[in-house]
Write a protein that binds this ligand. Structure first.
Ligand code: GUN
Ligand code: ZN
Length: 442
């Protein structure tokens, strides 16, 4: 037995593919009295309590009944240096960046500040049940060093990259085409593939990069094909107009990234709201990944993501918080707002598809579904334990819930960090509270 050898008992829920609806039983595994055997940071076995216990009779048990046990949540787009300016009032994208975001990101020049913020960032992610995220750093490489140092200390599977930006930003937040390339390359050498870290090449967006810098980012992407590329696309009408004016020869916004070799299967494009038909064709053809950021899109008044329209073209979007324009670290709250955005579009997000999305679906978008997001034996033991009755309003609603789908929907609409009873990273419990005991006493 290893120090992390244990059995987690509870109601297990995980997904093999996106469910069409509640009748699509083959798409998911739900075990009312289920168990996960976890050892050396990995899932050794998943099954009914009787099966798993019989195969490992001596292993210590953490009894999380009556809670749900799911794969840890995956957030595919978040800004690490923006945690101090979340909830900043009154602006749409470009004013918001200039008024609040850039001054805040300037502070990440200081490695001590970056280290303190990294500790706060991972505490926040874990308390909200998120075990993997793809983050933008600031322009300063020390922000990404602080990020990965803290992630490694906690053994978390994390992706990040320093933003490359060499124009339309204040002094102190600009690199150059060459420096952005050199610093990103050095960070890849230091961090990519080290432990659970992955580097995501991050030209911030077309407005803050010269063509020379986009060229350099494309060269880096070609040198490191397994590094994801992350950027922003067609979030806001004023942004799109300014971008088109800067790149008059491009056919459209996405075409700028395409012509610099930045659009491929592991490219993550935050927002992707206001798309031209040609851009949708190109996303489908290249297998690139738009990322839906509902709380951010509502907060900045950016627009309504067309999930069904993109999926109808075979495009598989991610979903993400986009903190600090996003207003919650919770992937549950993100689903709740996502549901409302899609309502405004006349589209329906079923709760089973929703929970698949923030676990296996987002892992697939990152090309990591063989490692995280499924609770499959052999994968990494990142796990969240959810208490559907965490608050009085939830308990009241659950007293009338008659199906798993109803329970999940109540969790997504009413839940947040209070519904996270425990979270495991590589098999180790992260939250100081032992809510399993509380559940027993109740
Ligand atoms: N576009 C370029 N940078 C950003 C950012 O930091 N947040 C959002 N929401 N959009 C962006
Ligand atoms: Zn963003």
């Amino acid at each position: 037995m290893t120090p992390t050898d244990q059995i987690l008992r509870g109601r297990l829920l995980s997904f093999a593919r996106r469910p069409e609806g509640p009748e699509d039983r083959d798409a998911y595994t739900y075990l009312e009295d289920g168990a996960l055997h976890v050892a050396n940071g990995r899932i050794v076995a998943r099954g009914t309590w009787d099966e798993v216990r019989a195969a490992a009779p001596e292993v210590p048990v953490v009894d999380h009944r009556p809670h749900l046990i799911l794969p840890g949540f995956v957030d595919t787009h978040i800004h690490f240096p923006q945690i101090e300016m979340i909830a900043s009032w009154g602006a749409q994208l470009l004013d918001w960046l200039n008024t609040y975001t850039f001054p805040t990101e300037l502070r990440f020049d200081d490695p001590d500040h970056a280290a303190a913020m990294a500790r706060a960032f991972f505490d926040l992610l874990l308390s909200h049940g998120t075990t993997t995220a793809v983050a933008f750093g600031s322009v300063h490489p020390q922000s990404v060093d602080a990020f990965f140092t803290e992630a490694a200390r906690r053994d978390m599977r994390m992706l990040a990259g320093k933003v490359m930006m060499d124009r339309n930003a204040p002094e102190g937040l600009r690199d150059t085409a060459q420096r952005g390339y050199d610093e990103s390359r050095a960070l890849i050498g230091r961090w990519h593939g080290r432990g659970r870290a992955g580097y995501a090449i991050a030209p911030r967006f077309a407005l803050t990069s010269t063509p020379a810098q986009l060229q350099a980012a494309g060269a880096l992407a070609a040198e490191f094909p397994d590094c994801p590329v992350q950027t922003h696309l067609s979030e806001n009408p004023a942004e799109i107009a300014a971008t088109r004016a800067l790149f008059p020869d491009a056919p459209d916004y996405l075409g700028i990234y395409e012509s610099h070799g930045l659009v491929r299967g592991n490219t993550l494009l935050g927002h992707a709201i206001h798309l031209e038909p040609r851009e949708i064709d190109a996303l489908a053809e290249r297998g690139a990944r738009p990322v839906f950021c509902p709380t951010s899109n509502l907060f900045l008044g950016s627009g309504l993501f067309d999930d069904a329209g993109l999926r109808a073209r075979g495009i598989v979007p991610g979903i993400a918080t986009d903190v600090g324009a996003g207003t919650s670290y919770s992937m549950l709250a993100t689903l709740s707002e996502g549901y409302k955005v899609l309502q405004l579009r006349g589209q329906k997000l079923h709760p089973l598809a929703a929970f698949d999305w923030i676990t296996r679906g987002n892992a697939e978008v990152l090309g990591l579904a063989d490692r995280i997001g499924t609770l499959d034996p052999g994968t990494e033991a990142d796990v969240v334990v959810l208490d559907s009755r965490a608050t009085p309003d939830m308990a009241l609603r659950l007293s009338r819930a008659e199906s798993l789908s109803e329970e999940l929907f109540a969790l997504q609409v009413l839940g947040d960090d209070r519904a996270v009873a425990q979270v495991y990273v590589a098999g180790r419990a992260q939250l100081g509270r032992d809510r399993a005991d509380v559940a027993h006493a109740a």
